[in-house]
Design a protein around this ligand. Structure first.
Ligand code: NAD
Ligand code: TDX
Length: 332
């Protein structure tokens, strides 16, 4: 099997590349990545270059995408602009990469009849009230809130249309919030861990009541490989591991794990349009494809992640000052 992983030098994409490298030793992986601020070659360190090739390029480059798709069996599409706060500051790259980039990939798989798995997010469904007894399922109506989530929703709808109109061989997955190694320090968990490691206080948006449904990125990888190999073409699968936690509890856990007082954090300006709660019902993936998460204890997974950031300052320090300067300018 020869696969392309777009965005394979980013957080979740690179974790998937490492996972497939270990689990499928006879596969060849081509990473297609533009190495934006979020991409990092070091995420692929230690992988045998005869089994993993990095192509530095843009998913909007139709000639490049066509060439690569023609030479491979399948494409797993992670590349995206992924951060909500950035999308509120400057939406344009989100429209370009998430919409035009996905369109470019769809046209290539249509032309060459290749298999596509499209990676998406639970944020396409909008948000839930804190006391809503329901979770998101594959039939929940799309209702995105931010420029990020609306462009991801747009990309999903393009995939659905290409499946129905052109018979493209594609599957879609919508996953909840990931945590684990190699996550950019702009995101909530790594930001707070590295703030504490640098001797500053974590920054909680608003009151911190917002709930995210955390899944370890390794479980996301095993789910995507399961769908790639066993998923029914044309279908959507939701990925989640019943990991709902409010932001305040997560910050407190980070602080106490690092030996600080649980209340040693600051409240900062809330995110405009901030989604209140996400929650995934992954029954379809579990019952139809037999997938199960391994990291069912969030505290243990978070401790491992904190340890990874403690052990790898050379990886995150170069991103840190610039990221915090940007937040400071937004009073966050
Ligand atoms: P990330 O920002 O860490 O990585 C994105 C990668 O895509 C980077 O390596 C970047 O260089 C690359 N990229 C960006 N624009 C590109 C372009 N035009 N051409 C080629 N490469 C480009 O993102 P992430 O958090 O790893 O998210 C990966 C995917 O998973 C995204 O599609 C995201 O929507 C989805 N997702 C993320 C989460 C989460 O919690 N982070 C949850 C569910 C779904
Ligand atoms: O400093 C912070 N303080 C804070 O309270 C930051 C950066 C975030 N937050 C809050 C906002 C959210 O309620 O923490 C929560 C998580 O924030 P992010 O890490 O920015 O994630 P979120 O907006 O939930 O989106 C993430 O999950 C779904 C990913 O970034 C998306 O790519 C994915 O689709």
């Amino acid at each position: 099997m020869k696969i392309i992983v777009t965005g394979g030098a980013g957080f979740i994409g690179s974790n998937f590349v490492h996972y497939v490298y270990r689990e499928r030793p006879d596969w060849h992986i081509t990473v297609l990545d533009a190495l934006t601020y979020a991409g990092n070659k070091a995420n692929l360190d230690g992988l045998d270059p005869s089994r993993v090739t990095l192509v530095e390029g843009n998913i909007m480059d139709a000639d490049l995408v066509n060439n690569l798709v023609s030479e491979n069996d399948a494409i797993v599409h992670y590349a995206a602009e992924s951060h909500n706060d950035n999308s509120l500051d400057n939406p344009r790259p989100f429209v370009d990469t998430n919409i035009i980039g996905t369109y470019t990939i769809l046209e290539a798989v249509r032309k060459f009849g290749k298999r596509l798995h499209h990676i998406s997010t639970d944020e396409v469904y909008g948000d839930l009230e804190l006391d809503d007894p329901h979770k998101f399922t594959e039939t929940t109506a799309y209702n995105p809130s931010s420029p990020y989530s609306s462009t991801k929703a747009g990309s999903d709808l393009l995939v659905r249309a290409w499946i129905r109109s052109f018979g493209v061989k594609a599957t879609i997955s919508n996953c909840s919030n990931n945590y684990g190694p190699y996550q950019h320090v702009e995101k909530f968990i790594p930001r707070q861990i590295t703030e504490v490691l640098e001797g500053r206080r974590p920054k909680l948006y608003g009151e911190g009541k917002n709930v995210r449904d955390w899944v370890h990125t390794e479980d996301h990888s095993s789910a995507v490989l399961t769908i790639l190999e066993k998923g029914v073409e044309g279908e959507t699968y939701l990925i989640g591991a019943d990991g709902e936690k409010d932001n305040k509890s997560v910050v407190e856990l980070i602080l106490t794990t690092l030996g600080k007082e649980a209340d040693a954090y600051d409240h900062v300006t809330d995110r405009p349009g901030h989604d209140m709660r996400y929650a995934i019902d992954s029954t379809k993936l579990r019952t139809q494809l037999g997938w199960e998460p391994k990291y069912t204890d969030f505290e243990t997974g978070l401790k491992d992640t904190i340890e990874w950031y403690k052990q790898n300052p050379d990886w995150w320090k170069p991103q840190k000052a610039e990221t915090e300067a940007k937040y400071k300018a937004q009073a966050q």
